[in-house]
Design a protein around this ligand. Sequence first.
Ligand code: SAH
Length: 239
Amino acid sequence: MLFGVLLAAGSIMTAEAQDPYAMQRKAMLDDIATLTRETRFETGRAALSERVMAAMNKVSRHRFVLPGEEHYAYDNRPLPIGHGQTISQPFIVALMSDLLDLKAGDKVLEIGTGCGYQAAVLGELAREVYTIEIVAPLAKEASARLAALGYRNVIVRSGDGYLGWPEQAPFDAIMVTAGALEVPPALVQQLKPGGKLVIPVGPRWSGQELLVIEKDAGGRTSTRKALAVRFVPLIRDKR
Ligand code: SAH
């Protein structure tokens, strides 16, 4: 009996040693579930899909934050990543991923790679992820980090995502993770019929609305508001 208890304690300790952030990540998932329920009347979703929750559980957010900040990595809030930019709040990452209704075979475009966390989550949910970051050093760091973590299906480039990625279009889904003043027309063009675009739109630094834009089989779009949000601004390349 005593032997059994000791064995059980031993296996918990081994799990903790293998993944010291497992409990913090579990608490993050609980926070995401709670916030999802609390915002269900705005987002239209009382719970996120099991696929999205599994992806949030799998990606090691502590590998995407600044050195020394790992302890806060699973707090449900944005954190600084340098260059005046941030890693998005886990709840928003999970919600936006869910709103795209991704299938395993999908080809996805993300605008605003930052540290690459959202791209990794998308990489768990889709076949191929193309992601664009305007701050060149961030793009380089994210690309190296994603490669080191084994995300061979995520391709990063630096540039102005306002113009999308025409060489790789069309996409099953597109996500913008910086606040735009308006919906970039190129992104709507690069969306497949039946595809979804999720994008925060509104005035700089103040409140934005997270929009879900759907393109039907005939190429017509419809837009709905999913949540009031606050993102760093989508900036334009002045070259
Ligand atoms: N997706 C990130 C969030 C990054 S914050 C995550 O997983 O946490 C938004 C990012 O968008 C910043 O890194 C910013 O530099 C970038 N950005 C802003 N304007 C852009 C543009 N026009 N094209 C591409 N990236 C842009």
